[in-house]
Design a binder for this molecule. Structure first.
Ligand SMILES: C=C(O[C@H]1C=CC=C(C(=O)O)[C@@H]1O)C(=O)O
Length: 355
């Protein structure tokens, strides 16, 4: 059966599934579950697909490999036919703007008066939908964001999520791993070379330093590449790739817990930034800024176990007839609250343009 029909059928039958395409791969993979029993993983030792929340005290949901039907298909996403997209009216919610600016100002104030260097402040935006056609929206995401990890994830007891994230949390194969420091944002402009200000350069550098210092005790041969500009839809970010080998006395769980959540989604120092977020954002991020992806799947060519995890950014959950879009940005002492709000507006367009 066509993989899209299978997604449609599974969703109509209210059964759990996930479908995804990895960055720059013309391939769609999917796990289809027969049972809707909610499975979780605490130590990341099992094989399957994991969907983990921002706050590690909440459960990471697992679609176990052995309980799912795994599908994979090569698809040229350029060839996908998409019915015309509806145009959403772009009305600004002034109350939401005021609220975000207020929290950002509080974060700046707290940074100035404490040892906090960075806090990622986010908000959610609810968009009413006249109708929601899952396949149309998912196909639009696949076609539009081919260099992202593009997914649709559903569990009847949890909800429906879609996203197109530019950020890798971890790729692990045997003892080799890769990760990245991704932060700093500006709107992409055609034929214009990006210029980065010190606020963005420092904000991203903090993430790189954090990753390096967290990985040093559990790895060796750590290699940190030069920082580059990457495009993610209508935006540009700063990215530094990091790779290394995991020490023999360390495991995947330690690796994940060492770097999640990075200061690209939480802040620095991690614990105080997280406390600030939980006490001030005023909503539960749930799976936004968590991570998701393949966990301990066997590479068919060399039998080595492989995990490919991505940070859940540029995402939305769908509830009844509305989309909840999640957006945030890194706040430092040099932030200007109004600009930070504008940045979240730009980030919300990644999802809004496909609705
Ligand atoms: C927190 C988000 O983005 C992160 C990733 C890239 C750039 C970011 C920034 O410039 O603030 C954020 O750290 C988001 O998209 O909601």
């Amino acid at each position: 059966m066509n993989i899209f029909n299978k997604i449609h059928e599974h969703f109509a039958d209210n059964k759990p599934f996930v479908a995804y395409s990895k960055p720059n791969e013309s391939k769609l993979s999917a796990f289809f579950m027969q049972s809707d029993t909610l499975r979780i993983t605490e130590n990341f030792e099992v094989s399957g697909f994991v969907f983990a929340p921002f706050d590690e005290v909440e459960d990471a949901i697992l679609f176990p490999k052995e309980e799912s039907e795994f599908y994979q298909k090569n698809i040229d996403f350029d060839d996908l036919l998409i019915e015309s997209e509806s145009v959403l009216s772009d009305q600004e919610d002034l109350l939401a703007k005021e609220k975000h600016i207020k929290i950002v100002n509080k974060a700046i104030d707290t940074i100035e008066k404490s040892n906090l260097e960075k806090i990622v402040i986010s908000r959610n935006e609810i968009v009413d939908l006249e109708k929601f056609d899952l396949l149309r929206v998912y196909k639009s995401l696949l076609k539009k964001y081919q260099n992202a990890f593009v997914y649709v994830w559903f569990h009847p007891k949890v909800g429906l999520w879609l996203g197109a994230t530019p950020e890798t949390l971890l790729h692990v194969e045997g003892d080799k791993f890769k990760t990245m420091s991704l932060a700093g944002t500006q709107v992409y402009q055609e034929n214009k070379n990006p210029e980065w200000k010190s606020k963005e350069l420092e904000e991203q550098q903090l993430v790189t330093y954090f990753i390096e210092s967290q990985l040093n005790p559990i790895s060796f041969n750590l290699k940190i590449d030069a920082t580059e500009t990457i495009r993610a839809g209508n935006l540009l970010h700063l990215r530094t790739r990091v790779e290394g080998r995991l020490s023999t006395n360390a495991n995947l769980e330690q690796l994940i817990r060492a770097i999640h959540p990075t200061p690209a989604v939480c802040g620095l120092p991690r614990k105080s930034a997280k406390d600030f977020i939980l006490n001030n954002e005023g909503y539960n991020r749930t799976f936004y800024t968590g991570f998701l992806g393949e966990l301990n799947l066997k590479n068919t060519t060399n039998s080595i176990q492989k995990s490919q995890l991505f940070v859940n950014l540029r995402c939305m959950s769908i509830k009844d007839n509305s989309a909840v879009i999640y957006v945030g940005g890194g706040i430092t002492k040099d932030s200007v609250a109004e600009k930070e709000y504008e940045e979240t507006v730009s980030k919300s367009k990644t999802m809004k343009t496909v609705l």
